[in-house]
Structures are given as structure tokens and as C-alpha cells.
Design a protein around this ligand. Sequence first.
Ligand code: ASP
Length: 467
Amino acid sequence: MKVAKFGGTSLASAEQIKKVCGIIRADQSRRLIVVSAPGKRHKDDTKVTDLLIAYAERFLQEGVAEAEKQAIYKRYQEIVQELGLSREVWNIVESELEGVLANKQGLSTERFIDAVKAAGEDTCAKVVAHYLSSLGEDAAYINPKDAGMLVTDEASNAHVLPIAYEKLAALRERKGITVFPGFFGYSTAGELVTFSRGGSDITGSILAAAVKADVYENFTDVDSVYVVNPNLIPEPKQVKEITYREMRELSYSGFSVFHEEALIPAYQADIPVCIKNTNNPSAPGTLIVAERPYATNRVSGIASDSGFCSIYVSKYLMNKEIGFGRKLLQILEEEGLSYEHTPSGIDNISVILRERDMSAEVEQRIVERIQTELEAEDIAVQHGLALVMIVGEGMRRSVGTTARATTALAAAKINLEMINQGSSEVSMMFGVKEEEADLAVIALYQEFFGDDEHASELSEQKSSIMV
Ligand code: ASP
């Protein structure tokens, strides 16, 4: 049994939905289908989820949002018509959608927003099920509440509850094709709650783990995961096979092809994940597995993400002061901040945080508290940092990877603000100024993946940034 999840671009139009249904019908083991809401049809288009959010926000402010509502109806109506579904189907879809969009009564702001957002995938799942049925397939939509998708009650940031797996396991016994809307579940009190953005990947992973699928296929709009961001390096090398750990490191640091949290359920249940392309389904895609043979000294991917800041703290004899680290992290905890990394020296420590979590006010408070409560000698906050990461299982067993990376970065005249090797030795992280991140990635790609074919192109690209 396969669980197949289709992302927004795969469902953006009737034409795309036809491709999706062709893929489903081509393999009888694709019995549990997870769908996103229709995404962008072209670069300047708006995702249905964003239309829904715009609707909810306007509605909450003004009590009505007619233009936004019509934009949503238009997207679905076009899809339903172009799929050749009957007027009756449209009437059902429209009235169910209306039921959500117009029903604010008794719902808090947060709950209303979640309910409206979820209508994107919910409506899409119904349309896909209707279309498959119209083709003669034994297909049915299922509501996540009926199926047992139980989640924590954190608005827009739900997490699956362990009990959900037991309930969802029953989906394995269902006959025919089941179409499951991604992105949301229900709290034990029966309230609808969505996952974080892009969360349909999470739904698919949970279902794959619950029904013990042979594979979790995640259909998107690229042939595979690439070793580096293809918007930065044209036609980069493809990743054929990668471990969960490597993928986790890469998606943490900017690979957006698969939701960061979505690996956990598949990983825990040891279900391989295959990233495939709806527009080119015969391409093998990228397989994410627990173990794979790897060559030593091999880097599997290079990623970078910006929007970090660091708090540098130093105090003489810090290494002998029991509880210093705990007290520092406690200050952050009390400010509601989660930290990302803590590279440290003998008498100093830096804490790396996401910039979006730290307002100027919070920053001032933290600095004052570190000064008074920890009696630190020096505190410096640095903004505008990017983390550039090289990832590879093979790095653990090999010598010299770091030397190659730092030499390449030095040749590109990049000043390293921080170096951190994760304890698992699967990744090596370099903190650089945001404006130097692209150059750093190109320099590293050239070092680890550059071949004769693209060498001159890369050098040109590098020197144009360096000028
Ligand atoms: N439609 C939701 C979003 O755009 C969830 C998803 O597509 O996975 O975030």
C-alpha cells in the first residue's frame, strides 16, 4: 500500500488534477491519497490558502469580504467545470464552502482562521474524490475527524497525538481509493486545528506511518531533490537517495521541498519517502531512507538559510562557573525563545536564534538580564546572519572535508562568523553575513560538485557576486 500526497502546484488547475488522477489510477497500490489546496498556476498567481487567509482577515475586520470570497469560489468553480463535473457537484461544494466561510458564530478568531484555511484542502479533497468517481473509480472523501486525525490544540501549529496512529490504522482496511485532506486535524474536544504552513506533507507522513505503508510518495513539481537550491545554481546535481538525517539537516537550512516536521512520523515508522514530480511521474525521484551506502568524503547537499542573529556572551572563568549555561538558557526560556545553536569557547558562548523571534524590546530585556543576573563582561548581539550548511553521512568517516570547505570559502574571501559541527557529524555549519550567503553556497558547490562542464559558468557567477 502506498500513501501518495500531492502538493499545491499538482492541484492548481483542472489540467493538473487530471494528471494527479492519472497517476493514482496507474498504480492500484496508491489507495490513500492526501491533497493540498490548489496552489499557484504560474509565478504571479495566489495559492488558495493565501486567498483564504486574506478572506478570513478581511472578514474579521469588516464582517464581510465579498471580493476575497468570490476569488476563492472562482478558483474552485473553474476547476469543477473544467473537470466536467455536474452542476450538482458544484452546488454541494459551494454550499459546504459557504458553511465554513460564513460561520464565525461561536468561534474565536484563531479557530475561525484555522477553519477557513482548512477549507482549502477539504474542498480540494472532495473535488478530487468526485472526479475519480466520475471516472468510474471506487473513490471516497474522508473527513479527518471521522478518520481519527487527533492533534494538539495549538492553533495553526498542531502536532499529532499518539492515539491518532491507532485510529488512523483502520484506513488500511478501506476498500477503493480514499482521498484525505491534508493540513488539519481535530483536538480531542472536537475543534478543527491546522498544522503549520505546508503541513499537508505532515498529514501524509502520519497516514503512511499509521497504515504502515510500503512507501510515502510525495508528489511535487520538481524531478528530485537537488544538492543545492536550483534557483541559485542552474541545473544542479540531483539527489537519488538520502537518509532521513541528511534530509532533516537540509530542510532545516533552507531546502523547501519537504516540510521540516514531516519526516518525523515516517522516520519513526521506518517508511521510505519518495519525492516525485507530478509533471514527470516516470522520473525516479529522490528516495529518503534510514540507511544508505555512502562514499566517505561525500557531501550530499549544501543549503543556506538567513534570518538568524547571535548573542555573544563572555565572562572570565565561565568554564568553572557551575550553572552558567543553564541560567543563560533559562533567561531565553522565560522570554519564550527557543534557541537554535550554542557554539562555545572556554570563557564565551554564543546563542544563535531566529531573528523573527526576537523583537528590539525582547533583545534589550535579554541583554540587561544577562548583564545583571550573569554578570557577563561582554555581550554583543549580531544581526543579519545566515547559516550555510554542508551535509553528508560520509563526513563522519572522512578526513579533510572541513578543510576543503574552509579553503573554498577563504578563496571566495568570505569571513566566517561561526563554525559549528553538529554532534552527529552529519553536517558542518558556517555562520556568514547574509549578503555573503549565496556566494558561500556557490563556492562550496564548486568545490564539492563542480565539474568541467559547469566550471566556467560557476566561476563567472561567483566573480559577478564578488565584484
Ligand atoms: N495549503 C497549505 C499551505 O499552503 C498546506 C499545504 O499546502 O501543505 O500552507
